[in-house]
Each structure stands twice: as C-alpha cells, then as structure tokens.
Design a protein around this ligand. Structure first.
Ligand code: PEP
Ligand code: MN
Length: 279
C-alpha cells in the first residue's frame, strides 16, 4: 500500500505490544469499563466485575470528545486519577483517551495506554506527541476514514519513535441508521494483510445499542481480531455517556465466557489457518 513504510507488513514480523506481562498481538486482550469515569464507586464496582469476568485492561474516559459542548465533558485530571487508583486497587492496567497534545506528558504518568479517539485519528500534532512516548497507543479508526488513511496515521506514531501501536476498528459511518455505525469486519483481515500491527475491535461504538454488542464481538473474534474493547457500566440507565450501548457487568461476564470459548475453538482451527495461508 502506497506510503506505508514502518507500518507495512513487509517491514516487520507481527508486532507484540507489551502491557505489563500481557503481549498484545499474541495474547487476546479484553478491555472493558465505562465510557467515562464518573465516580470512584462507579469505577471500582465496574472494575471488580470486569476483572472477575476475565478482562485484562480497564478503560475509562476522563476527556470526552462530545458532539455537543453542553454534554458531559469528563472529569479531566480527577478522572484520570480515579482510573489509575482503581486500576491499581484491582490489579488492572488502564487506558484513557487523550484529546490534547498538551496532556500527553502528564497523562503518561497515570495511564498504561493512551487511546486516540476516532475524532482525533488525523490530529497529526497529537499523533506526533504520543509518538514521542513509549506508552502503547490504541489508535481508533476515524468514522469517515479508509483503512489506508488509518494506517498512515499509525505510521505517524511509528515514525515519531513509538513502536507500540494497536489499531482499533470501531465502525464507520454509512447510510445505515439502525446501528450507530457499521462495523467494518473487513478491515480486520485487510489490516492483517497490510500491516504487522495488532488490531482490536470496539463493538460498542459500532453498535450504539447494547443488544447488538455480543454478536458483533463474536463476529470480530471469528474475523481474527486480537482483542475487544467493550463498554460496561454498573447502571447503564444512569450513565453520563453512552449508556445505551453499555453492557451490565452480568451481560459482560456472559459475553466474556462466550468469547473465550470461541477463541479456544478458533485457536485450534481457524486462526492458525488465517496466519499460515497468507498469500
Ligand atoms: C470512546 O471510546 O468512548 C470513544 C469516544 O470512542 P470513539 O473515539 O471510537 O468514538
Ligand atoms: Mn463511549
């Protein structure tokens, strides 16, 4: 693919991104937690439950890129501190979205991974700034972006010096209105053909509805995704952000069980053949 150097499949064997002892790209990663950090109690309750269900990274947004300036914008520094503290209390590494290049330096002290959101995929100053750290970056696909544009954004981070990039498919905008976005499953094998970077899937923002999340998650796993990022809230009806698409801890636990079963089945059959039969 034109313009790809460091991100291209030819340039490197499959990348493994290390987060503590977790080898993302080799080990399946299950990221879960609320859309946004609201209170310590909310984070702690949710974190305990998702860990018990098998999640290995905790998510929680402290800076929320909301369509309306009047919507809840996140707790900022306070939210990042709560996330970190709760992560340490339950023993889970944490990921949070960074919106502004000026926040990269201090946030690096608190988070184990940065998330660059869909709306910021092409924020080149932000990409260069996170590229100057060694903190793993989850780079979400822009809702109107092609796979090529997405990989070129990964290239920005790599070329700035940070090799720890994880791509995250979160659905693209189409004419369909029933779901919030359309999950582009095709991008999983496409990325695997074009790049050595791991790719995970966020079924929550693709679906926009909790009822659709389990099927999309399983489809992503069957399609070869290296992990999932799922929104979970202990009381979705009270969530300050994205409650409609959030699973309850109980629903998440059921889903995690199905995901692990499917992974086990696939490990013995399909995933190996995906890897071996690359043209
Ligand atoms: C999020 O993860 O809460 C989020 C805002 O995601 P996206 O950037 O994919 O919309
Ligand atoms: Mn969200």
């Amino acid at each position: 693919m034109e313009g790809l150097k460091l991100a291209s499949r030819q340039s490197s064997p499959p990348t493994t991104v290390w987060v503590n002892s977790l080898a993302i790209g080799r080990d399946f990663v299950l990221i879960a937690g609320p859309c946004s950090v609201e209170t310590e109690e909310q984070m702690l309750e949710t974190a305990r439950e998702v860990k018990k269900a098998g999640a290995n990274i905790l998510r929680g947004g402290a800076f929320k890129p909301r369509s309306s300036p009047y919507a809840f914008q996140g707790l900022g520094l306070k939210g990042v501190k709560i996330l970190r503290q709760v992560g340490e209390a339950v023993g889970l590494p944490v990921v949070s979205e960074v919106l502004d290049p000026r926040d990269v330096g201090w946030m690096a002290e608190y988070v184990n991974l940065f998330q660059v959101g869909a709306r910021n995929m092409q924020n080149f100053s932000l990409l260069k700034e996170v590229g100057q750290t060694r903190i793993p970056v989850i780079l979400k696909r822009g809702m109107n972006s092609t796979v090529q544009e997405w990989l070129l954004c990964a290239e920005y981070i790599l070329t700035a010096g940070n090799p720890n990039v994880i791509l995250c498919e979160r659905g693209i905008r189409t004419f369909e209105r029933y779901s919030r976005n359309t999950l582009d499953i095709t991008s999983i094998p496409a990325v695997k053909e074009l790049s050595h970077l791991p790719i995970i899937v966020d079924p929550s923002h693709a679906a926009g509805k909790a009822s659709l999340v389990p099927a999309l998650s399983l489809a992503a796993v069957a399609g070869g995704a290296d992990g999932l990022m799922v929104e979970v809230h202990y009381h979705p009806e009270l969530a300050l952000c994205d409650g409609e698409q959030s699973l309850t801890p109980r629903q998440f636990s059921q889903l995690a069980g199905q995901v692990f079963k499917l992974r086990k089945f696939l490990e013995h059959s399909l995933l190996k053949s995906y890897q071996e039969e690359k043209p």
